[in-house]
Write a protein that binds this ligand. Sequence first.
Ligand SMILES: [Zn+2]
Ligand SMILES: [Zn+2]
Ligand SMILES: [Zn+2]
Length: 430
Amino acid sequence: MSRNIIPTEDEVRKAAIELKKSNPASGVAKIHSLLLHANPSWTVSEKRVRKILHSEGLVRSDAGTPSSTTDSIHPSFRLNKSLDVNKWTNRVEVKYFDAIKGKGLVAKEDIAKGDVLWKEDPFILAPEWEIYDLQRSSEACSFCSSIIRDHSPLHISCEASTTATPCTARYCNRLCRLQAEKTHPLLCPARNPASVPLLAFARDAQWMALHALAQCTSRLLLASQQDTATFDLDLQVVQGLAVLGMEERAQCLRDWSPIVKIGGEPLNCTCKHSKNLGHLAEQKKLARVLKKPISEELQKFTFEYQAFLRGLGRMSLNLEAHGGLYRLHSHLNHSCTPNVSIRHLDQRTALSRITVIAKDDFKIGQELLITYTNPQSSLRDRRRRLSEWGFGPCRCERCVTEEKIWKESDSNTQEADDLADQLKAGLGVL
Ligand SMILES: [Zn+2]
Ligand SMILES: [Zn+2]
Ligand SMILES: [Zn+2]
């Protein structure tokens, strides 16, 4: 049957409300697909359903996630006052713009096109799957992800690995292994077997944000075993990351918070597993890694369901394209005409290290911008992509100009474009 009916506002409203009532846990995307399924002749875009659900107050907006409607959704964030930018560069500084735009990075002096602005190692790394698989097969460093296929006497394996519980982690050298102790112990099959199914799940689902969150949670829990200053520095990095709610994207995880696996179930009082012998053995192993109790506050920050979703949102929004989370890089805002580029130049010695290069000349005070979308795509496609991340329409100089041209163009073309959107939505090809 063809989708040749464009239903009235009241028809869509009534149907959407009914569906939301019988599927209260479903997000906009799910309600939209149910609506199309129930009305095979209707052409309705997801955007239209979202608008209606929002206006009826039927889209959940939990604490910590923006509750305003589509056009004004922006990430929330906190400034990390302990971040010392001079550790990386003295040519750039963090600037607070306003409540909507938040923070960003600006030039502290004039900068010439082609200049290297800074180099930065990741806070945590959840590398793209191709590299992750090489790490799993001991062909890439489990810390910095450089390829270590060739044999070198410097290469070194995870010291916790035993024949009974092997760990395939291998490192470039002692330094990489030492650095990896900030995250690896809780993700090591020999030291925390409960992490194995979690990482396997993230790998199978190719869910980079979940893997990154596993790394990040490990880092925080392990830092909590150190002195307060070390822990506070790490916690402030994570709390300073911009965050968008993930409540709609992560509905499938409603009753299962896999991140709990990292700290092991012992930490989670809501866990209903029976205490069989295998389980106790795992607890004993974990107790050797986590000797100090985890504070209630940190447990809430890492293991509660809403916190878990916010954590996923933080990762999604701040990861560099190759899967690293960088303290300074994560401050960079988006433009469809980016003026800095991110490169991985130290391929043989530290693949995960980024080099930030000026693509243009900068005047003092000018903002450094990267792109979150493909800058080659059209205005509509770029905005669609950004809206998938929960951003409102991009207002960068290029988008504003292109929008103006588009608005001045023949209104018939616009109507045709809108219709094309509606039809595509109907066919589910958006
Ligand atoms: Zn390494
Ligand atoms: Zn290991
Ligand atoms: Zn733009």
